[in-house]
Ligand binder design. Structure first.
Ligand code: 0O2
Length: 255
């Protein structure tokens, strides 16, 4: 009997692109493989024109991978400097993703954009995504400000859903930034969507996303209300943990 999982892993180990995602995701080979299949899967569309566009676009995926690497490195450096100077890591962990071809086409169609490789690059600013999970509330703006201060980073858009949560309770700080990628013959400014949130916000957003996906349809008002109560509870938790951290840091409670 063929062990498909081992076969998949063997495929992955031989595939440098896939190893990149295994490393980035700091995840199991199996999860990374599923993700790799998703971002390279063009079989969802029977439309030859869309397939040609996506094949053209896939040639540029490497630039978005490079942009993710640049942002990841910048954030790691900031986190390590913070650890060295203040004995505190603002970043708990990071997650990364490239938007899948299926999501790209769905978003282009939803927004009514012309479907071409050029139009995808011009109109979508969330093809490369980095999610930064912070320990405390105060780490969110700290990380954002330190990153935005860097000369080669250009802020395109900021959505502060921490100060102004969405109606359903979703909270996160969203930044769209441009980062220069130095290629052999040219320099490209590449957009990256950075979502910065606490561990608690991430817990809520991940489960809410899964639940909505599982429901296959809009969830009822009652369930929406209950999710909002969970979001409010998590806001209180974040504020209390921040307050405890600040008091300890300021030496208000010596042993
Ligand atoms: P994925 O696969 O998560 O990336 P845009 O259309 O992007 O120009 P938009 O849609 O207003 O503008 O962007 P927004 O609201 O700033 O955020 C988009 C992303 O934020 C989403 O990506 C989610 O990752 C996250 N997000 C926003 N609202 C919610 C929410 O209510 N619940 C959860 N769990 N996540 C949310 P995508 O496009 O959904 O896909």
């Amino acid at each position: 009997m063929i062990d498909t999982r081992s076969a998949e892993m063997a495929f992955l180990s031989d595939n440098p692109s896939c190893n990149f995602f295994c490393n980035l995701y700091q995840s199991t080979h199996f999860q990374a493989m599923k993700y790799f299949m998703e971002i390279t899967d063009l079989s969802f569309s029977n439309d030859p024109q869309i397939n040609t566009v996506l094949q053209d676009f896939m040639k540029q995926q490497q630039i978005y991978r490079a942009a993710i690497k640049e942002i990841k490195t910048k954030l790691e450096i900031l986190d390590e400097e913070f650890q060295a100077r203040y004995d505190h890591n603002p970043i708990h962990h990071m997650e990364y993703r490239l938007k899948s071809p299926k999501s790209i086409i769905e978003k282009m169609q939803k927004k009514g954009y012309e479907i071409s490789a050029e139009s995808i690059c011009k109109n979508l600013t969330d093809i490369a995504g980095v999610r930064v999970i912070c320990n405390y509330l105060s780490d969110i703006n700290r990380i954002a400000n330190l990153l935005l201060r860097q000369d080669d980073i250009t802020l395109v858009r900021k959505n502060d859903y921490v100060a102004h949560p969405k109606e359903n309770g979703y909270r996160s700080l969203h930044l769209i930034v441009l980062v220069p990628i130095f290629l052999a013959e040219r320099t490209e400014s590449v957009a990256v969507e950075i979502q910065i949130r606490t561990i608690a916000m991430n817990f809520w957003a991940s489960l809410e996303h899964q639940l909505k996906y599982k429901a296959h349809t809009n969830i009822s008002d009652d369930l929406g209300d209950r999710l909002k109560v969970c979001a409010d509870t998590i806001t209180n938790l974040d504020e209390e943990m921040q307050s405890i951290y600040t008091e300890i840091k300021n030496g208000a409670h010596p042993e």
